[in-house]
Design a protein around this ligand. Structure first.
Ligand code: NAD
Length: 258
């Protein structure tokens, strides 16, 4: 069997949080194209349903689930629903996240907590519930968490300390789970995208005006496109990446190199 065939995900069952749009949607499309059945998990049910229906129209087996990743109860129910529908869970993409651009000196406790709750606790709860299910199944699995280049650098000029801290936490959480679950053959990795053109960046009143400046700073002089994260997602989800665990993949067009 050739390498491309070995990378296929036929028979695998996956979930993508924040899968309704942006990076998550593009990852879901890639997993489906590679042969997996994918649950689109999002707090925004209308959009999740739309994405799931789009994929199903092309013949894919998908489902949409409304889940707030900050709720342990909702996350547990989401895993149960997926296992009931798909029979098992092999791949969990913990991707839901938000950004707030507020100076530290002006940030309220509630604003700080919201970002940490969704971006870090939400990743922990999803990875924990998925990992427990994978341990029960006894056949390993792959968990991929979306961090950010903001885990590695303090990107400017926008202030976003809670975002940067939450994403740095995602990387260390990823490494910790990779070590804890290595013997169960559950691999845990993260991706750290640079600026990617999605609703989070293109429609944010605080970030949109900065795009030209970011492009000028970037060695490639452009933002990334969400589909430019698809290949790494398929690689990490599938069995050819057996020896890859506890790793973080920076995909930023060399932005963090300067
Ligand atoms: P997006 O805003 O386009 O999509 C995020 C999705 O997450 C939305 O569909 C939203 O409804 C969902 N979501 C938000 N809160 C949720 C919750 N509590 N429970 C469940 N779902 C929730 O954003 P995106 O750009 O696609 O970002 C996806 C991930 O990539 C995020 O973790 C983000 O921090 C990270 N990231 C984005 C960029 C970028 O430049 N776009 C760069 C680095 C990292």
């Amino acid at each position: 069997m050739g390498i491309l065939e070995k990378m296929r995900l036929d028979g695998k069952k996956a979930l993508v949080t924040g899968g309704a749009r942006g990076i998550g949607k593009n990852i879901a499309i890639a997993l489906v194209e590679a042969g997996a059945e994918v649950a689109i998990v999002d707090i925004d049910m209308d959009e999740a349903r739309k994405t799931s229906e789009e994929l199903a129209a092309n013949g894919a087996k998908t489902m949409a689930l409304q889940t707030d990743v900050t709720s342990p109860e909702q996350v547990d129910t989401m895993i149960k629903d997926i296992v009931r529908a798909f029979g098992k869970l092999d791949i969990a993409f913990c991707n839901a996240g938000i950004c707030m651009n507020i100076p530290a000196s002006e940030m309220t406790f509630e604003q700080w907590k919201k970002v940490i709750d969704i971006n870090l606790t939400g990743v922990f709860l999803t990875a924990q519930a998925a990992g427990k299910q994978m341990i029960k199944q006894g056949k390993g699995g792959s968990i991929i968490n979306t961090a950010s280049m903001s885990a590695h650098i303090v990107n400017t000029p926008q202030p976003q300390c809670s975002y940067n801290a939450s994403k740095a936490g995602v990387i260390q959480l990823t490494k910790s789970l990779a070590v804890e679950w290595a013997q169960q053959n559950i691999r845990v990795n993260s991706i750290s995208p640079g600026y990617i053109g999605t609703e989070l960046t293109l429609n944010s009143p605080t970030l949109k005006p900065l795009i030209e400046q970011w492009n000028a700073m970037s060695p490639l002089h452009r933002m990334g496109r969400p589909e430019e994260l698809q290949a790494i997602a398929v690689y990490l989800a599938g069995d050819t990446s057996h020896f890859t665990t506890g790793a973080d993949f920076i995909i930023d067009g060399a932005f963090t190199c300067i």
